[in-house]
Write a protein that binds this ligand. Structure first.
Ligand SMILES: [Zn+2]
Length: 84
């Protein structure tokens, strides 16, 4: 299982317009991405900062159908649970 060191606020299941990428250190490792609607982007970014990580907000393009609150943990990232 993969576990992030912070609690992602529950999403509202609205269509996501933003993606908050979660980096360890100073953009050293892309570890996760959280999809958010405009109302919740800041909440998620603040949670990332509170967890000692670095958020980077990007807009998702058309054709991306994720819901607010969806979190993807990269298997090869710091929290992906892949042995290194
Ligand atoms: Zn939302």
């Amino acid at each position: 299982m993969s576990t992030l060191p912070f609690a992602v606020p529950p999403g509202c299941v609205q269509p996501a317009t933003d993606r908050v990428e979660v980096y360890s250190g100073t953009y050293a490792s892309l570890d996760a991405a959280a999809y958010t609607c405009p109302q919740h982007t800041d909440d998620v970014a603040l949670a990332v900062i509170a967890g000692g990580l670095t958020p980077y907000q990007v807009h998702v393009g058309p054709g991306v159908s994720r819901s607010c609150g969806y979190v993807y943990v990269y298997p090869t990232g710091t929290f992906g649970g892949v042995a290194r």
